[in-house]
Design a protein around this ligand. Structure first.
Ligand code: HEC
Length: 151
């Protein structure tokens, strides 16, 4: 009986902690989060670009893995753009929050194109066949950066 009480208190405490943390994300943490996600995105995008340009040898398996990672990572950044998080060292322009629907749709374009690339890369072993879809992914990075990222 006593033990049961202790357990339910613990569960209640954990719940409070979880909900509490979710309700008050610090703006600086949101900046770190989204920059971390984009850094990981760039990290995985780079070697694919290197293969496409012929700077590093083409490896179909490595390409497919990186394409899959970029597709997954593209689903993560949005929650880092909370209101009031244009703080500290950030390259995010104010326009993001002024045109949130357009910003979201640019992110969705990346998600769609990156998912297609990951799908094609699963079965394709010829670099030339991957180039057009890779180009679409790169274009979607650029389209958003041109408008919404300081550089
Ligand atoms: C929907 C908009 C959008 C798309 C699409 C997008 N980015 Fe970005 N990216 C941003 C913004 C905004 C920042 C600046 C974030 C900040 O500093 O707060 C950024 C920052 C970055 C950074 C710098 C991270 C840092 O630590 O400062 C890299 C690298 C990057 N993006 C790579 C990519 C790559 C590669 C793609 C495509 C595969 C991509 N991005 C697609 C909006 C986008």
């Amino acid at each position: 009986m006593k033990r049961k009480t202790v357990l339910s208190c613990t569960a209640a405490a954990l719940f409070t902690v979880c909900v509490g943390a979710g309700a008050q994300i610090k703006p600086e943490d949101a900046v770190h989060y989204r920059q971390g996600v984009y850094t990981a995105m760039g990290w995985n995008f780079g070697p694919m670009a290197g293969m496409v340009k012929g700077e590093i040898p083409f490896d179909a398996k490595a390409f497919a893995l990186r394409a899959e990672r970029v597709a997954f990572l593209s689903t993560l950044p949005l929650e880092g753009f909370i209101p009031g998080s244009r703080v500290g060292k950030t390259d995010a322009k104010q326009e993001i929050w002024d045109n949130m629907d357009d910003f979201k749709s640019k992110l969705e374009t990346l998600q769609t194109e990156a998912a297609k690339l990951a799908e094609v890369a699963k079965t394709t072993t010829a670099l030339d066949a991957l180039k057009p879809q890779f180009g679409k992914v790169g274009q979607s990075c650029k389209d958003c950066h041109d408008e919404y990222k300081e550089d």
